[in-house]
Design a protein around this ligand. Structure first.
Ligand code: GLC
Length: 554
């Protein structure tokens, strides 16, 4: 029997504050801007906000390069603004999950500055340093953002490891002082009254003894030596013990290259985490050359992956988007002809599978991928660095020849400003936005979605309501039907004598569904097409991307 907790019942809304709402007109979203928009969240019906990092940071990786974990980056506002945000959220019964970055800091962090200048001092061993020939990195590990994971530091005359940008040195988790400092930081925030943490790349904390070379045929060279490394459970158990134990704060681990086996161990009843993010379903469209290539995927792949995780893990994190992923309607749906239909079909999957759903800002209005004419139009350090590396290595000739991949994949797709209305810059700012607004903002925005019927937004609201009313959609068991059907995604959610049947035609052509799973007495609960009979009455005739939920007795 699954234990009941708030974070299983919650729908989480992710806010990327830099691109959400700008209150002071500097073109950069901020905390007062978030406060101004809380009515939107309340109306949508979400229960929890995950806020991307707002700490002091030089913003090389938009806040994942933290230079002070206990201060707010001034462009986001002040600590008073943050306190007010927490208060305003809680007044609306919306919880707040902060984003913690334990694997690395910014190179501007005082710890790193002192580590580089005083090797024998208190912080000397806070990072992963190696002596050696300045022309030869200590091993062949790669940065996720492209190129070597090592940088030679002329001041300390040693190499340091950075699994991400050169300005994001990895912390040395073997050092108990680092572990204590991180636990203290998290407790400091918890004492301020927050409701949990999303822990950034938290399965990378433990690196293999001796830092051996990695197998170069791996997509991310070296990853077998730092993904789920040898001491990872010890470190995470320690965090659990020192930070989360005895509280009802949620611990959500973001975990690159996570497999189901490890996910089970991390989230087991005596495991260190509550929820984990894996990336298998958002890797289905990788091509032969990996992430910087686009490959084919089909519904069977998507169903197989989702189904395996549904069956394999008691409680999943459900997501199609976040600040690192392209827009789901462009990626998995059809953002032109069937934007409304496919965005709502995806919403149906997101909000009715078993697990905790995460809605990323703009997803609830069906925002789409953007246009990026040249590499100069890209802000994302990940895209810029990787594309430059590919061009330098001769793997691609120039930007134009990889532009279709970039426009499909770049993280900037998720980072264009939230589209609130059809005024200048989509109502995001009165100034010049730090990143251009998507050209389609006059058509796709919160205000127009509120006026239009049907709309992606009203469908999200209806489904979130239904999920709250119908416990089977939260705690019910999940069973797939017709797993081999190439057009339909059908499953049931069952709790005691209540059952919800979810039927989705995830294709751009009509489908007929003669379903054993549906009773004659079933009644329609929700759907993304109009004028659908309340009772099934024989085989269902479904339009492109049509989604329906029926309720019946189990
Ligand atoms: C995570 C974040 C991503 C960041 C990276 C390094 O994957 O979601 O935005 O660039 O970690 O911190």
């Amino acid at each position: 029997m699954t234990e009941r907790t708030w974070w299983k019942e919650a729908v989480v809304y992710q806010i990327y504050p830099k691109s959400f709402s700008d209150a002071d007109g500097d073109g950069f979203g901020d905390l007062p801007g978030v406060i101004d928009r809380l009515d939107h969240l309340e109306r949508l019906g979400v229960d929890c906000v995950w806020l991307n990092p707002v700490y002091q940071s030089p913003q090389r990786d938009n806040g994942y390069d933290v230079s002070d974990y206990r201060a707010i980056y001034p462009e986001f506002g002040t600590m008073d603004d943050w306190d007010r945000l927490l208060e305003e959220l809680h007044a609306r019964d919306i919880r707040l999950v902060m984003d913690m970055v334990p694997n690395h800091t910014s190179s501007d962090h005082e710890w790193f500055q002192r580590s580089r200048s005083e090797p024998d001092g208190e912080y000397g061993d806070y990072y992963i340093w190696r002596d050696g020939d300045p022309d030869e990195p200590p091993n062949n590990w790669e940065s996720f953002f492209g190129g070597s994971a090592w940088e030679y530091d002329a001041e300390r005359e040693a190499w340091y490891l950075h699994l991400y940008d050169v300005s994001q040195p990895d912390l040395n988790w073997r050092n108990p002082d680092v572990r204590d400092a991180m636990a203290d930081t998290m407790n400091w925030w918890l004492e301020k009254g927050i409701d949990g943490f999303r822990l950034d790349v938290v399965n990378l904390l433990s690196k293999a003894e001796g830092l051996p070379d990695g197998d170069p045929s791996n997509d991310w060279t070296g990853s077998e030596h730092f993904v789920n490394g040898p001491r990872i459970f010890e470190y995470l158990d320690e965090i659990h013990e020192n930070v989360f134990a005895g509280t009802d704060a949620v611990a959500i681990g973001e975990m690159p290259n996570l497999d189901l086996e490890h996910a089970r161990r991390y989230t087991a009843p005596d495991g260190p985490l509550d929820l984990v993010f894996h990336f298998e379903h958002v890797g289905l469209d990788f091509g032969e050359r990996g992430r910087w290539d686009v490959g084919d995927w089909d519904l069977l792949d998507l169903k197989e992956t989702l189904d395996r995780w549904q069956g394999g893990l008691d409680w999943n994190s459900l997501f199609f988007e976040n600040h690192d992923q392209p827009r789901s309607v462009s990626r998995f749906g059809d953002d032109e002809r069937y934007r409304y239909e496919s965005a709502t079909a995806l919403a149906t999957i997101l909000l009715t599978l078993r697990g905790t759903p995460f809605v990323y800002q703009g997803q609830e209005i069906g925002m789409t991928n953007g246009t990026f004419e040249s590499l100069d139009d890209i802000s994302d350090v990940d895209t810029v660095r990787n594309v430059r590396e590919l061009i330098a290595a001769g793997a691609v000739a120039d930007y134009e020849s990889i532009r279709h991949v970039v426009e499909h994949r770049t993280r900037d797709n998720a980072r264009t400003p939230m589209q609130w209305d059809d005024t200048a810059h989509a109502g995001f700012t009165d100034g010049e936005p730090w990143i251009p607004v998507n050209e389609n903002y006059a058509d796709i925005n919160v205000a127009s979605e509120r006026e239009r019927t049907p709309s992606v937004l009203s469908f999200y609201e209806a489904l979130i309501d239904l999920r709250r009313e119908r416990e089977a959609l939260v705690y019910g068991s999940y069973d797939i039907h017709r797993p081999d059907d190439e057009q339909l995604f059908v499953y049931t959610r069952t709790l005691d004598d209540d059952q919800v049947v979810v039927v989705i035609n995830f294709s751009d052509s009509a489908a007929t569904a003669d379903l054993d799973a549906l009773d004659a007495e079933a009644s329609l609960l929700c759907g993304n097409y109009d004028d659908v009979a309340a009772e099934p009455n024989g085989p269902l005739e479904l339009g492109p991307y049509e989604a329906r939920l029926y309720g019946q007795s189990a």
